[in-house]
Structure formats: structure tokens, C-alpha cells
Design a protein around this ligand. Structure first.
Ligand SMILES: [Zn+2]
Length: 289
């Protein structure tokens, strides 16, 4: 567990899945990325789904950042992405690390509504493919308004990443708070939001800080530590040049302030301190998250 300010923070691996390696690295040729990745015979690379769990000392704030693919998968779709998901992983981490249960979750930061980040907000209440229910009914769900609006009218390019069943009951059944603008306040002590728009509009990325250190959950700005290289951006990004500019801003903070990064999809590590050889960023130390 990492302690920053009021919060104890852990990275919980909830599952794994596989996406096409070419799509994950955009214009970067396979000969460069393949040696860093676990590639299968369909050219898919192994990725984790990770939830950042942050609990304040007084237990007033029990925060999840993202919830992974969730369990609403069967047959061909599950196979296409080789999805595994442990529906009890977050509950076990809450109980073993903090003595809490999923009913104690007070807040969820929904970085964005792509299925691999927040399919886990809901599960099926009965028949597969039928009605859904909230997995964290007591939690307030935090989303950027631009992402909420975009998820309802995605482009032809990214509409396969949004599954309506993941979020159609949020508005009617969940406590929701929408944040707006490029520098929105976060309501917890020592936490700020960074808004990223290159991957998808209004991706909401929390930064936990105290006087000595800070940690950012990178969302799909840096899905894995392999994406530390500036030009290694995903073909999924709607505006890749914007992603590169955002990565530069984030890495500058790693360089100038020693900010560490927590990755959503790295199956090798939850987070890392970043160092630089000249201008090239690399993992200096794996965090004990
Ligand atoms: Zn995404």
C-alpha cells in the first residue's frame, strides 16, 4: 500500500483481456513493440484491468478509480477479447487491506465509459443479457460531463468501445456528479483532476498529492508503462496529437515534481516512479501499490 496524504492507495488487478497489439501502439511497427509484450497467435497483447482503491484514514472517503470490464460478458465477445474478470477482487482488497466491504464504497471516479474501464459499474441482475443493477449502489459516481455526453453519441470510429448496458441505468439509479471544464476541483483532500481529451473527450484522471509525493492514475493517456514513449499512442485515440501533448504535460510533472504514475492496463506493474535518460522516460522503480 502507498500512503499519500490522507489516503492509503492500492492497485487492484480485477482481470485480464487482450487487444490487438497494432491498435494499442498506433503507428509504431510491431518489430519495436513486440519484444515488450506478451503477444498471442491472433496478434493480441495481454493487458490487465486495474482499479485504484484509495481509502482515507478516517474511512470517510472510500474511492474506486475505474472498475474494469465487469462480468456482463458471454460467448463470442468474451472470447474476442479473452476477457477474465474476478468479480470479488475489489471486495477482497477492501476487506483485507482496510476491513471494509463494497457497501462502504463512497465514490467512484469513472475516468471514461469505455467497456474495459467501467463495465464493472453494473452487472446482470438475472438472465445474462437482461436487466442490470449497480455494483456499488451506495457510491457517488464522478464523471466529466463531456465524456457523459460523448458516450451517448460516439463517433463511427469509437462507438464499439461504448456499451450502453454499462451505463444506461446510471442516470436513473446512481448518485452522480458531473464535473466540467479543464481544471475541475475534486471534493477530497489532496486530490485534483487532470482532464485529458486526446483519447476520448473528458477523460477524468485523479492526482493524489501531499507535501512530498504525488500519484496520477493515467487512464488511457498511458494505458501501460510501454506507452511512456511519447509517440507510442493508441490507434483508438480520437485525437492522437492531443494525447501526445497531454503526455508531455504529464511527463513534465514526473520530471519536475517526481509525480509517479498508476497504470490501468499494465499486467506487470500497478504503478511506477519515472526517471529520464536525456528526454526518454523509463520506469525507475515499481511502486508498492
Ligand atoms: Zn479507453
Amino acid at each position: 500500500m502507498l500512503e499519500i496524504g490522507e489516503f492509503g492507495i492500492v492497485s487492484v488487478q480485477t482481470g485480464t483481456f487482450r487487444l490487438d497489439g497494432g491498435a494499442m501502439f498506433g503507428v509504431v511497427p510491431k518489430v519495436l513493440w513486440a519484444s515488450h509484450e506478451d503477444v498471442d497467435d491472433q496478434n493480441r497483447i495481454l493487458m490487465a484491468t486495474r482499479t485504484l482503491l484509495a481509502v482515507s484514514r478516517d474511512r470517510k472517503h472510500v474511492i474506486l478509480v475505474d472498475t474494469g470490464t465487469g462480468t456482463k460478458w458471454e460467448g463470442k465477445e468474451a472470447e474476442r477479447f479473452a476477457i477474465t474478470y474476478d468479480g470479488d477482487a475489489i471486495g477482497r482488497a477492501l476487506s483485507s487491506q482496510f476491513g471494509l466491504t463494497v457497501d462502504d464504497v463512497t465514490d467512484i471516479v469513472v475516468t471514461h465509459l469505455h467497456f474495459d474501464h467501467n463495465g464493472g459499474l453494473t452487472d446482470w441482475s438475472g438472465e445474462p443479457g437482461g436487466d442490470t443493477r449497480l455494483c456499488y449502489p451506495n457510491a457517488r459516481h464522478w464523471l466529466h460531463r463531456d465524456q457523459w455526453q460523448h458516450a451517448h453519441v460516439p463517433s463511427l470510429k469509437d462507438r464499439a468501445s461504448f456499451l450502453e448496458q454499462d451505463f444506461d441505468i446510471l442516470e436513473s439509479q446512481a448518485e452522480m456528479s458531473f464535473v466540467e471544464g479543464q481544471s475541475p476541483d475534486a471534493p477530497w483532500p489532496g486530490v485534483r483532476f487532470f482532464v485529458s481529451n486526446g483519447h476520448t473527450p473528458g477523460q477524468l484522471l485523479p492526482i493524489f498529492s501531499d507535501d512530498t509525493r504525488s500519484l496520477m492514475f493515467t487512464g488511457d493517456a498511458f494505458p501501460t508503462s510501454s506507452h511512456l514513449r511519447l509517440a507510442w499512442v493508441m490507434a483508438y485515440d480520437l485525437e492522437p496529437l492531443k494525447t501526445i501533448a497531454e503526455k508531455q504535460r504529464i511527463l513534465r510533472r514526473c520530471h519536475d515534481e517526481g509525480m509517479a504514475l498508476a497504470f490501468p492496463h499494465d499486467h506487470r506493474l500497478g504503478g511506477a516512479e519515472i526517471d529520464f535518460a536525456g528526454t526518454k522516460p523509463f520506469v525507475a522503480r515499481t511502486l508498492a501499490l
